[in-house]
Each structure stands twice: as structure tokens, then as C-alpha cells.
Design a protein around this ligand. Sequence first.
Ligand code: PAF
Length: 176
Amino acid sequence: MKIIKSTKELKNTLRKFRGKQIGFVPTMGALHKGHISLIEKSASENDITVVSIFVNATQFNNAEDLEKYPTQLNSDIKVLENQEIDYLFLPNFDELYPDNYKYKIEETELSKILCGVSRNGHFTGVLTVVMKLLNIVNPSKAYFGEKDYQQLLTIRRLVSDLDIPVRILTAPIMRE
Ligand code: PAF
């Protein structure tokens, strides 16, 4: 598993796998069994598997939640080293948001109900980062947990409504 922090380097590296099946599992770290089942699925269905860890500040509508979010990068890396992963993408905020979050993807229906009511801006942050990551990795298939069902639905609609050429797949999320 090679760790890549730069967007440009990841794009250049993945370019040589054009024509191969690339599976992508985006995460915010704090990995658990659910993530592993997505990674295993990706490894079994693709030639190359890319995982990202990026705690996406733009999807936290409250600074305290962001501060409280568990970061355990070293143990996450150890867990990932035992999986069939080719690349781990570890960007920082500036690498992923060179525009400082001026451009955003806003969904105006599904993201405004249920969890979206109390988490203003949450889905805009999720959809924006997912769109960016999909554009960088350009995977054939991307894997998301089905536990966050509203997130899964908005991502499915994002790729169909904005014509992003990727298949969105899922696996049941199991927590310890
Ligand atoms: O489900 C998550 O962990 C995050 O919302 C995601 C999809 C990685 C975007 O930051």
C-alpha cells in the first residue's frame, strides 16, 4: 500500500491504470468493520483499490463535533496495511480545497429533510468532497456504507444527476 498525499501525484499515478477497474473507498478514518467490508468488496471486484482518509471539515456544521471526531491515523494505517489496498490517499485541507471551499454542490430536496434539518450545510460538505474525490480518483466503482442511508441516496443522485461516470456500491455496515 502506497501512501499519497498530493492530488497531482495521485492523478498521475492512477492515469497509468486507464482501462483497469479502479475501486474507491472514501473514509474519514476511525476505521471499523463496516469500512473493512467495503474495502474487501472493492478488492474483490476491481484491479486496483484506492482508500482515502480525510476528515472533511466542511461537512461538520459545528466546530465542537469536528474537534471531537476521533483521529487515529497510525492505527488506521496499520489496519489498512492488512488489506488488499494499492493506494491510500491522505490529503490535507489545502490540497483538497485550493479554492478554500468557494465552489459547492448543493442539493435542494433530499438533503433538506431528516438529518439535513438539524445539520445545516452537512450534505453540501459531503457532496462537494465526494464530487472532488471522485474527480481526482476517477474510479469505476465507489463504495459507501449503507448505514448512512440519506448520504448514500444523495450521493447516488449526485452521480446520476451530474452525469459522473462511476457506479455507487454499498455493503452492509457492521459496527463493533
Ligand atoms: O461517510 C463518510 O465517512 C463521509 O461522509 C465521506 C463519504 C467519506 C465524505 O467525507
